[in-house]
Design a protein around this ligand. Structure first.
Ligand code: ADP
Length: 582
């Protein structure tokens, strides 16, 4: 079982001395528990209660009565140090696992997020990591102390037995110990399977939560409150069922071990009667026996807890070991400054089975504006997503200035691209920090200048705290047009030769609209621009228009040529014009 944790041992290296000290403290505490109590029964009781005991001097009496507090102080203080020190090391490991998990989420390809719901991923990062933490805590408390207690107690039994009768008494006393292994193994196996399903169900509950919270508006608009609650009840019921199956077995273990251990005590009673054992010796043996079964019980429970922790580790590792398919090439082509000529040659791409792009070949000269048009689902966004290498082409190649995007470092490639999406995402931070994301290392003056260029400065200054205003989750305190302008300012800051622009479909208020359009006109100058176009004004200004239809480029050219020669384009354009004229 420890093998599973081996990859994480290196995290412990810097805490090695603490860990060793912790283990030492555990041994002292365990032996104090296992041997201290039986020895007290053996030594102290006869002195105090023995029929023919000699009267004690004051200091002898003090030593005798202080034996118990002494044992418990040793057990308590060293037990505390043991738990604290080992847990310190354990939580450091956990912290590293959790950080690695989060870091991994930053570099996984976007296709990964199509396969995993964010609720499930959050559940792995929080609930599974918590489970693992709990396991480490429990294990830390017992893993050294319990075996040491067991050794201490067995030591006392062996010592007493040696004085009286030799080996046979030891064997009789401990006869039941091997039997306790049976339920531990059996139940452990059952639990291993069930703990995985608990964590899975937790993931499902978390997904439901997440999806529901993200759709608060729709749920109210469509009157889905009851349906959602019913759907939520289903997953919570499944979670509870999984948990109860676990509890059913988990709670059976301790009583089973106790019952089996009483067989050992019964055997000892019988034997004691046969060989006329005196009461104090018998009491010492029974205390030692009790002290030895207790750690067995705990180790059994520990075994279960470890199974549970491993279930959680499995779910964390499933993500940690997920291959990062989109990464830097081993020998990247050095890139200083790209001009921005984009070329697709024979590009085919599929998200799943059916292709979203088939055999697309086109060149977009540097410094020109290219509009992507076509019905929804035709492949426009997919085309744009392949340029920053958000996805990997299935066949063919995407090149910039003749260099395959797969041959550049991702950071080099993406440094040359600015992205303005339909619904820009802002972080829950100040406007200033949100702007600064545009380029690491931008100065305050540059940031302000970008805001001015994007027509964002004017509204920002009217906010209560100006640039220091916090924008709320995903920028909730700003209007759609304001968020767009912040996104445009970020794009200005980036100074990238390539600009990918997903035009907003939703109508902005007319002031915002004019400001956004003006800012965009300035932004696109001198850049290679890909616009996923929803407006006819943009289309008409483009030097090249690509008409997408079911994953292919059905036609390309400028507006006049396409309007005259392509029926799909004509119908799209006429529809947009009618829409625009409304
Ligand atoms: P457009 O931008 O022209 O509306 P897209 O490029 O978004 O079209 O989509 C092209 C095709 O790929 C569609 O059939 C769409 O359903 C599919 N698709 C788009 N994004 C994904 C995704 N993340 N996972 C799976 N399929 C997708």
């Amino acid at each position: 079982m420890l093998r599973r944790f081996r990859p994480y041992f290196h995290y412990l290296r810097e805490h090695r001395s603490l860990l060793l000290l912790g283990i030492l403290c555990g041994v002292i505490s365990g032996i104090a528990t296992g041997a201290g109590l039986p020895l007290m029964v053996d030594r102290v009781f006869p002195v105090v209660f023995g029929a023919n005991a000699a009267p004690l001097s004051n200091w002898q009496l003090a030593v005798v009565v202080l034996w118990l507090p002494l044992v418990f102080t040793l057990r308590g203080v060293f037990g505390y140090l043991n738990a604290y020190l080992i847990q310190l090391a354990g939580t450091r490991v956990l912290e590293s696992i959790r950080r690695d998990f989060f870091r991994k989420l930053q570099v996984l390809p976007l296709s990964f997020f199509g396969r995993h719901s964010s609720g499930d991923l959050i559940s792995r990062g929080l609930a599974d990591a918590n489970q693992l933490q709990f396991t480490l805590t429990t294990v830390a408390n017992e893993i050294v102390k319990s075996p040491a207690t067991l050794v201490g107690a067995i030591g006392v039994i062996a010592y007493k037995a040696y004085q009286i009768d030799g080996l046979s008494l030891v064997l009789v006393c401990l006869a039941a110990v091997p039997l306790t292994v049976l339920p531990i193994r059996h139940i452990g196996k059952k639990l291993a399977r069930r703990s995985g399903s608990i964590q899975r169900e937790l993931g499902a509950v978390s997904s439901r939560f997440n999806e529901n919270l993200a759709a608060a508006r729709e749920i109210r608009a469509f009157g889905l409150e009851d349906r959602e609650t019913a759907r939520f009840s289903l997953v919570t019921r499944a979670l509870i069922t999984a948990q109860m199956k676990f509890v059913k077995y988990e709670k059976a273990l301790a009583p089973m071990i106790e019952i089996i251990s009483t067989l050992g005590i019964a055997g000892t009673l019988l034997y004691a009667y046969r060989i006329h054992l005196d009461l104090p010796t018998f009491m010492a043996l029974i205390t030692a026996l009790y002290a030895s079964y207790e750690p067995v019980k705990r180790l059994g429970a520990l075994n279960n807890e470890t199974k549970r922790g491993l279930g959680a580790l499995d779910r964390l590792e499933a993500i940690l070991n997920e291959p990062v398919t989109i990464k830097d090439p081993p020998q990247p082509v050095p890139v200083s400054r790209l001009r921005g000529e984009i070329a697709f040659s024979g590009v085919t791409f599929a998200y799943g089975d059916s292709p979203a792009l088939s055999d697309v070949t086109v060149t977009i000269p540097a410094g020109t504006v290219c509009a992507l048009v076509g019905p929804s689902g035709a492949g426009k966004s997919t085309f744009a997503n392949l340029v920053p290498r958000f996805y990997e082409v299935g066949a063919g190649a995407v090149t910039i200035d003749g260099i395959d995007v797969r041959q550049m470092k991702l950071a080099d490639l993406r440094r040359h691209i600015a992205l303005v999406s339909q619904e820009p995402v802002l972080f829950n931070d100040t406007i200033y920090e949100n702007l600064r994301l545009g380029r690491e290392g931008a100065t305050r003056d540059e940031i302000m200048a970008a805001a001015v260029d994007a027509h964002a400065d004017e509204f920002i200054r009217q906010l209560p705290l100006g640039y220091e205003t916090i924008v709320g989750e995903r920028g909730a305190l700003l209007s759609g047009g304001q968020k767009q302008r912040v996104a445009i300012a970020r794009a200005f800051l980036r100074h990238a030769p390539i600009l990918i622009l997903d035009e907003a479909t939703s109508a902005l208020d007319s002031d915002s609209e004019a400001a956004v359009q003006d800012a965009l006109r300035k932004l696109v100058q001198g850049k290679t621009v890909l616009i996923i176009a929803h407006r006819f004004s943009t289309i008409r200004d483009a030097s090249q228009i690509l008409v997408f239809d079911r994953g292919r480029i059905a036609a390309s050219g400028d507006h006049t040529a396409l309007y005259a020669g392509n029926a799909l384009y004509k119908s799209l354009y006429d529809r947009q014009s009618a829409h625009g004229a409304q």
